[in-house]
Design a protein around this ligand. Structure first.
Ligand code: GDP
Ligand code: MN
Length: 389
């Protein structure tokens, strides 16, 4: 689960990490008023969306008067913000953060994520802040300093010190940076985060370090024990199909391809996506209807898949164990009569009640492409692309 920058900064502030003074605004007038109450000569108006790269996309504007703040807010709120992380349609902006401007001497990068090879979180820091860390990692990996964070003990003082000196920070900023590294590590562990990123962490002209940006992502499987974090959820920022699926108890993840998949079981769903790719196709989604899905859930699953305009074919791959093939067939028929299936439909059914399931599908007037096994199904789905159902 992701949260907004202003929410991440509230968590930072509560953890003792210095952040610029800021006020949330939801209209141009509120942005102008925020500029005035900050009382400085310079402020920054920042779009609050769950995607990075806002600066380059025009979602971060420096302003020097209340009028300029109003103008910047009007511009940012008027159209969806397009960044390299939003996709071409962009993300509508409803909320702004108006912050006191900072005097930036240098921009650093600090981030925590899970290092799967080490089997524990790792804190990364770099002198190359403000730019995408993926670029730094690809071109100059030696410029990323790393320290593993023991999940029991947290970041140890010597590790924080080594990072601060490793970045070549001036003496005035060493203590502050150490405190920030330690606090970010504690936040990561205590809040069950999967990512904490401060890009940039800045050294100010006065020699202090502050978090100028903040991004925190939480492990969704741990949200049951983080009620205060769940409160921060903003459904409007989430993929509508993923939210609908969650509501219906389906595990759905939107992807970039054009072959929609409906599968039972997470492992089989991943195997199905691999097989589609092997056949030269691209899956449009991951979808696991679960072991004991009802016909209603299957119908909902079809609706979600078909609401994705990229989908040009659907592959149903069911291995009936607990799941019964006739239930899947009923779901397919219900979806077809309710919403109509406008793309080629390839079905591979096997397992419990498979005869009954096949009978139901054959007895319908649906134009179904049946497949004998998964490889056959994937090949047929790829072949059917571009054809009309
Ligand atoms: P992102 O593009 O979504 O990562 O948004 P950031 O919050 O990181 O802002 C992008 C860039 O705007 C930063 O890297 C800074 O260079 C610049 N910026 C943000 N706040 C200030 C500020 O207070 N003063 C100045 N001079 N630049 C700022
Ligand atoms: Mn940033």
């Amino acid at each position: 689960m992701k949260i907004h920058e202003f929410q991440a900064k509230a968590l930072f502030a509560a953890a003792g990490i210095p952040v610029p003074q800021g006020i949330v605004a939801r209209s141009p007038d509120e942005a102008a008023a925020a500029f005035t109450s900050l009382g400085g000569e310079l402020a920054v108006v920042k779009a609050q969306i769950h995607a990075g790269g806002r600066g380059k996309g025009g979602g971060v504007k420096l302003v020097r008067s209340a009028d300029e703040a109003k103008e910047a807010a009007t511009a940012i709120l008027s159209a969806p913000l397009i960044t390299h992380q939003t996709g071409p349609e962009g993300q509508p902006v409803k909320t702004l953060l108006v912050e006191a401007g900072s005097d930036i001497a240098h921009e650093y990068y600090v981030g925590l994520t899970l290092d799967r090879a080490l089997g524990m979180p790792v804190l990364m820091a770099s002198t190359e802040g403000g730019v995408e860390i993926e670029t730094v990692a690809a071109n100059t990996p030696e410029k990323i300093l790393k320290q593993p964070v023991d999940p029991e003990a947290g970041l140890r003082p010597w590790q924080a010190r080594q990072l601060a000196y490793g970045l070549g920070l001036p003496a005035s900023a060493i203590r502050g940076a150490q405190k920030i590294f330690t606090a970010l590590s504690t936040l990561f562990l205590e809040k069950d985060a999967s990512l904490v990123e401060v890009n940039p962490l800045v050294l100010t002209g006065a020699g202090d370090v502050i978090a100028l940006d903040g991004k925190v992502t939480f492990d969704s499987n741990a949200l049951y024990r983080q009620p205060a974090i769940v409160e921060l959820r903003d459904i409007d920022e989430e993929d509508a199909r993923e939210a609908d699926a969650q509501e219906a108890g389906l595990a759905y993840i939107a992807l970039d391809g054009n072959i929609g998949c409906l599968v039972n079981g997470a492992g089989l769903a991943m195997g199905t996506m691999d097989t589609i790719k092997l056949a030269g196709g691209e899956p449009a989604n991951f979808l696991d209807v679960g072991g004991g899905a009802t016909a209603e859930q299957v119908t909902t699953a079809f609706k979600i898949i078909l609401s994705d305009p990229k989908v040009e074919a659907i592959l149903v791959n069911i291995f009936g164990g607990i799941m019964k093939c006739d239930v899947i067939a009923e779901g397919i028929l219900a979806a077809a009569s309710e919403i109509g299936i406008s793309v080629p439909l390839v079905v591979r059914l096997e397992g419990t009640n498979v005869e009954r399931g096949r009978e139901l599908l054959e007895g319908s007037d649906l134009d179904i492409i049946t497949a004998s096994d998964l490889a056959d199904a994937a090949a047929k789905a790829v072949e059917s692309l571009g054809a009309k159902a």
